[in-house]
Design a binder for this molecule. Structure first.
Ligand code: ACO
Length: 346
């Protein structure tokens, strides 16, 4: 009985920050941002916390899976912007949704690759047979770590959350088929938030020197992302004895449309297979894959048996790919004829 996704949900903050808004904040232009990244606008959490967004996404996923909160046995929250260093955002979400106490609840830190890492952990928990229903949330208030005076990074990121309920399916041909996940700590300095941890605790000096914000060598990350992710995608296909032509949807972490297109082109995937929503949300880190997955699911595009190639990369560096054969018919929303306002562009 393979592990599979039983339900999906998402949540977004209300505030929309457009490229034109950013033009008034830093020396940039809508043209530059859109041409270099594919982003037009992003959401920025104001009153919503990371756990508020995660809890709402999980609530929606539980409704979609037709499960009650008490049925969750384990909760994994992937986040690069947890609410606090401790307690975990997972414990905060557990409390907000009234999940039971006999539960494994923890945060997983793999930055933008967190949701894919979390899928692999959930897959292992389900296959261990010790846990029946695992809730996996990708939740980010990453804009809290953005320097709004740094045009190199502030145009890229956005907030949001997505969630999946992982359980098992009696249909052996469906569900999570293969994974290829990697980490390379030698590349840690390429993308980091230097201060605020035990290595460089907060001080007037760290604040003055802007050490609590995201620092990134974008060009280097770009090149490594294309090379490494394309190779991980080839590996998961090989493990599953499938070919690029068998893939129905290529859903990569939404960091930069040019990165996604370059990977797809290396794999020989045609444009209509590429899932893109970066124009509306920017890079929502660990939330980007579950948000995009929820959107194509709620738009009615995913069919039972659809082959989805998932791919991610992020700080660490971490990266990887996973192959999923969709095992559900339609989302609750599609069945009930409800359409998300968010899905109008899909
Ligand atoms: N507006 C206008 N000009 C800009 C902006 C901006 N917002 N940002 C940078 N520029 C300028 C630069 O200063 C540079 O000018 P110069 O040539 O005079 O020095 C020029 O544009 C080109 O800069 P590059 O960095 O070469 O631009 P590039 O085409 O590489 O795009 C980008 C930059 C978008 C950051 C790209 O490198 C990228 O997407 N990298 C990967 C980012 C990523 O995916 N991160 C991983 C996930 S995040 C996580 O894990 C938390």
């Amino acid at each position: 009985m393979p592990a599979t996704i039983l339900g999906l949900g998402m949540a977004l903050p209300k505030k929309v920050l457009t490229n034109f808004d950013l033009e008034k904040m830093v020396d940039t232009s809508d043209k530059w941002i859109f041409e270099r990244t594919g982003i037009k606008e992003r959401r920025v959490a104001e009153n919503e916390s990371c756990s508020d967004l995660g809890a709402l996404a999980l609530k929606n996923a539980l409704i979609d899976a037709d499960l009650s909160p008490e049925e969750v046995d384990a909760l994994i929250v992937a986040s690069g912007s947890p609410e606090m260093i401790f307690p975990s955002t997972a414990c905060l979400i557990q409390e907000k949704l009234g999940l039971k106490k006999e539960i494994l609840a923890f945060d997983l830190q793999a930055a933008c690759s967190g949701f894919l890492y979390g899928l692999a952990v959930a897959d292992a928990l389900i296959n261990s047979k010790a846990y029946k229903k695992v809730a996996l949330v990708g939740a980010e208030k990453i804009t809290a770590f953005v320097d709004w005076e740094d045009r190199n990074t502030c145009v890229l990121f956005g907030d949001g959350a997505g969630a999946a309920i992982i359980g098992s399916t009696p249909q052996a041909e469906f569900g999570l088929v293969s994974f290829s996940l990697y980490a390379d700590g030698s590349k840690a300095p390429l993308l980091c938030i230097p201060a605020g941890g035990s290595g460089m605790p907060a001080s007037p000096e760290t604040i003055k020197n802007k050490k609590h914000f995201i620092q990134m060598q974008g060009r280097e990350v770009f090149k490594l992302a294309v090379k490494n992710v394309a190779s991980a995608c080839q590996e998961v296909l090989k493990k599953a004895k499938l070919f690029p032509a068998d893939v129905d949807f290529f859903l990569a972490h939404q960091a930069n449309e040019r990165i996604i297109n370059a990977i797809a082109s290396q794999l020989g995937l045609s444009a209509e297979k590429i899932v893109l929503n970066i124009s509306r949300y920017g890079n929502t880190s660990a939330a980007s894959i579950p948000i995009a997955l929820t959107e194509i699911y709620n738009s009615g595009k995913l069919k039972k048996g659809s082959v989805i190639l998932l791919a991610a990369f992020g700080s660490g560096l971490t990266w990887g790919a996973a192959l999923l054969r969709w095992s559900k018919d339609f989302s609750r929303k599609v069945k009930n004829g409800e359409r998300d306002a968010e899905n109008q562009n899909n």
